[in-house]
Design a protein around this ligand. Structure first.
Ligand SMILES: [Zn+2]
Ligand SMILES: [Zn+2]
Length: 140
């Protein structure tokens, strides 16, 4: 199965084969600012199954070993890679061709959730980030 996504202007696109490693919401301040959004929905896929299509993205090393990919024309955030998550590409659920198909299964950095954002789902809510696997997270 191939899943595709694209930026606002559609010039930078991506696709991956197969399944996601995980799908979640992140409430950290970095993700929020990167997207100017109150919460960011993410999917993680194996880098070996992923490729860029169309116009190559521009990449910002936002902190040491952290790489944020975005469309060089319209500026949409498109991907995240980090030295501490080797072999993985993180993608924004809202850039999926069919974002309605996204199925988040947990929240990370829930301690940073904005007080005016209300999410009434029953998903597990964790403190801190996804380092290896969801099982490493601490319940919020
Ligand atoms: Zn674009
Ligand atoms: Zn985050």
């Amino acid at each position: 199965m191939t899943t595709r996504g694209h930026c606002l202007c559609c010039q930078t696109r991506w696709e991956y084969e197969g399944e996601v490693n995980w799908a979640c919401y992140c409430h950290c301040d970095d993700c929020r600012r990167n997207c100017a959004a109150p919460v960011v929905a993410w999917l993680g896929v194996p880098l070996k199954n992923f490729r860029w299509l169309g116009l190559a993205p521009k990449t910002l090393e936002s902190s040491k070993g952290v790489f944020r990919h975005f469309c060089r024309e319209c500026g949409s955030p498109l991907g995240f890679e980090a030295a501490h998550y080797p072999g993985g590409m993180h993608l924004y659920a809202a850039s999926l061709e069919k974002p309605e198909d996204f199925e988040p299964t947990f929240h990370v950095n829930f301690e940073s959730k904005l007080p005016w954002l209300h999410m009434d789902d029953e998903l597990p809510k964790y403190k801190g980030t996804l380092l290896n696997a969801p099982s490493d997270l601490r319940e919020y």
